[in-house]
Design a protein around this ligand. Structure first.
Ligand SMILES: Nc1ncnc2c1ncn2[C@@H]1O[C@H](COP(=O)(O)OP(=O)(O)OP(=O)(O)O)[C@@H](O)[C@H]1O
Ligand SMILES: O=C(O)c1ccc[n+]([C@@H]2O[C@H](COP(=O)([O-])O)[C@@H](O)[C@H]2O)c1
Length: 218
């Protein structure tokens, strides 16, 4: 049994940025993945609703960042009706039984992974690959989740060997870390979501005008 290998990066993507793209492509190469899915979360259970842009704007920003890459953007948690990652991953495995999944996350999320619902259950569902992130690696290493996960450490090369696909497994991906964050982007441009939606509207209007003016009655 060997279906496609799919990395899942769940996130708020408020907004998506070049760091998401770069770390995803890096993880795909390191783990020999066939594709990655970006799960744009309707609402991270640990983050406040205030300051969270509409799901449609976050999905749109993710689609723009994922352009021309083997990255699929989805807000499937909305469809599945799941809010917690453990429930989402179980539902995805039921829906796509032939795929093999790996959960991707930055070191900032490992640092507070022990606060997630049934985090050991998540680790039992699929291997977890953690991507180094500037400023968080020390907290991640010292975290309660790491105290439990460290016994399941696995080298990336062993995971990419298709016979070694079992969970729990923790793969630490180190490369030259990417300092970009959505927080920094929101600080630089607090109105990114309304600008983005406005730009999409302008694009549609422009193409309608264009079609109307140049159209021949074929
Ligand atoms: N520069 C980065 N390096 C490594 N991992 C990252 C980076 N940016 C985001 N991630 C990871 O991508 C996933 C989704 O991140 P998210 O959408 O919350 O972006 P963020 O930049 O962390 O946002 P915020 O600054 O609002 O917390 C998380 O697992 C996060 O750890
Ligand atoms: O399941 C949980 O308890 C849980 C708690 C916090 C975060 N998550 C998930 O972690 C992913 C990363 O979220 P974020 O906001 O840090 O980008 C996203 O898929 C969230 O739904 C999940």
């Amino acid at each position: 049994m060997s279906g496609p290998l799919t990395g899942i990066l769940g996130g708020s993507f408020n907004p998506a940025h070049g760091g998401h793209r770069r770390v995803t492509l890096f993880a795909m190469a390191a783990l020999a993945l066939d594709e990655a899915w970006w799960l744009v979360s309707p609402g991270n259970p640990l983050k406040p609703k205030a300051g969270m842009a509409a799901l449609s704007a976050r999905v749109r920003s993710a689609q723009m960042q994922a352009r021309r890459a083997p990255i699929r953007v989805t807000a499937i948690e909305r469809q599945l009706g799941t809010r917690f990652t453990v429930d989402t991953l179980r539902a995805l495995k039921r829906r796509y039984p032939k795929r093999r999944f790996v959960w991707l996350m930055g070191a900032d999320n490992l640092a507070q992974f022990h606060r997630w619902k049934n985090w050991r259950g998540i680790a039992r569902e699929m291997p977890i690959a953690v991507i180094a992130r500037p400023g968080y690696d020390r907290d991640a290493l010292a975290s309660p989740a790491m105290a439990w996960l460290r016994r399941y450490r696995l080298a990336a090369t062993r995971l990419s060997n298709r016979g070694e696909w079992s969970a729990p497994a923790l793969i630490e991906l180190r490369f030259d870390p990417d300092p970009r964050s959505a927080t920094a982007l929101r600080m630089a441009d607090p109105h990114w979501a309304s600008r983005l939606i406005g730009a999409v509207r302008d694009q549609v209007t422009h193409s309608l005008i264009h079609d109307n003016s140049g159209g021949s009655a074929a």
